[in-house]
Design a protein. Structure first.
Lengths: 225, 199
């Protein structure tokens, strides 16, 4: 199961009370700042600051790697996964180096032959322009697809709790690169993006607290209803 | 094997050392990144946006119509702020922002996300039982006020515009900015009244 797809997941207990310290320091411990910087620079190293590839790496972590060391712990683990995916680091290299640093007698794996993706984004950031007009407009009733509409190995960038649900378009946003393809360096395939509103009853049933939940969804993941 | 686990601080040191040896990262560049996010980017930027909106109706209108441009006019741009949408808190509607898939957050105006925003319980629950979650966080939303949750599931980033508190008619923009909290700009808190209005 994708550990990162948390919307609606039961059993996670109470929320943290917001800190009364304003502002909370961005890095609670020094290693968190180092992990943050290493991750941002790693994304740049692998291929043009591909944030979608980083988020896809987060979603492929196992439960322990995702949760056990908190937010920057999962960043660190996802950075390592991206680095081993592109053979900039050998699997086990970080573990071996850490053990050597604490005095264990372990052998480090040899440095691999890099296999970085031959890929660069066409521009900075995630927003693009599209010649074709948006398929939907504000007020249009839509339904979210339940499965990934195209072949490939990338993510299906729709929160699980919205799949198959009926909603209404409330706004058309600027086109974005499509994470499903971009995350695996398979092109940008820009898409119109819509903010879609869902009633809580549609998402959680008639007993749910009354609320509207909005999410930003890609055109390729929506169908008219 | 739990006693064999390598703590994240040590793993971070190991990864940094490997990447520096290979010439893949420069520690000085890393230091610069850390310093920037510790010192220059934070919720004070968002507070300036809110205070301007409270004192300048024309700016407020622009901010609600085109958040990206209005915020950029105060100099706040950068990663995780490519397209900004500002949601106005009113007597009728309360907005609250989350990212269920990661912890996407408007860095240029609010800095890096606080621990409660990154916490799995908040990410899981606020889309399902927002009124209960807000009450646990200390905000009781009146029964007649509708709740709208915004899940930042693509690259749009949201900032909420809190209601200006009572007792602040005489305050200037800088004084108002000092009242604005990070939590109120995500929608998990309100800004309380000031001075005699507070009692």
């Amino acid at each position: 199961m994708d550990p990162s797809d948390l919307g609606g997941r039961p059993g996670l207990g109470p929320v943290l009370p917001p800190s009364r310290v304003e502002p909370e320091p961005p890095f609670g411990r020094p290693w968190e700042g180092r992990a943050f910087a290493l991750t941002v620079l790693t994304m740049g190293r692998i291929s043009g600051r591909n944030l979608d590839a980083f988020r896809f790496a987060l979603s492929r972590l196992d439960r322990a790697a995702y949760f056990d060391d908190g937010y920057y712990g999962r960043w660190l683990n996802a950075a390592e996964l991206m680095l081993t995916d592109s053979a900039l680091l050998a699997p086990g290299a970080v573990d071996a180096r850490a053990r050597r640093r604490r005095g264990e007698d372990v052998t480090e794996p040899p440095v691999p032959e890099p296999a970085r993706p031959d890929y660069a984004p066409t521009g900075p950031g995630s927003l693009r322009t599209l010649d074709r007009p948006p398929r939907f407009g504000p007020g249009d009733p839509v339904r979210v697809l339940t499965r990934r509409p195209c072949a490939g190995t990338g993510p299906f960038k729709v929160p699980g709790y919205l799949r198959g649900r009926a909603g209404t378009v409330v706004a058309v946003r600027p086109p974005h690169v499509l994470p499903d393809a971009h995350a695996v360096f398979a092109g940008e395939h820009p898409q119109h993006v819509y903010t879609v509103g869902f009633t809580s009853a549609e998402l959680w049933g008639p007993e749910a607290e009354d609320a509207t939940v909005h999410a930003d969804l890609f055109e390729i993941h929506l169908e008219p209803r | 094997m739990t006693d064999d686990r390598i703590p994240p601080a040590l793993r971070t040191e190991a990864l940094e050392e490997l990447l520096v040896e290979r010439g893949l990262v420069d520690p000085a560049v890393m230091d610069g990144f850390v310093r920037t996010y510790e010192n220059d980017v934070g919720p004070l930027n968002g507070a300036r946006v809110v205070a301007r909106a409270w004192t300048d109706p024309e700016f407020r209108g622009w901010l609600l119509r085109d958040g990206t441009a209005a915020i950029a006019s105060l100099g706040f741009t950068g990663p995780q702020g490519e397209h900004m949408v500002v949601l106005e808190q009113t007597e009728q509607v309360h907005h609250v922002v989350v990212c269920t898939l990661c912890s996407c957050y408007p860095w240029p105006v609010l800095g890096l996300p606080p621990s409660w925003y990154k916490d799995p319980a908040y990410r899981a629950r606020v889309v399902r039982e927002p009124r209960t979650v807000l009450a646990e966080m200390g905000l009781d939303v009146p029964a007649g006020r509708r709740i709208e949750v915004w899940d930042s599931s693509a690259e749009v980033r949201y900032l909420t515009l809190p209601r200006r508190p009572a007792g602040t008619v005489d305050l200037i923009e800088d004084e108002l900015a000092a009242l604005v909290t990070r939590d109120a700009m995500v929608g998990v808190a309100e800004i309380g009244p000031v001075g005699p209005a507070a009692s």
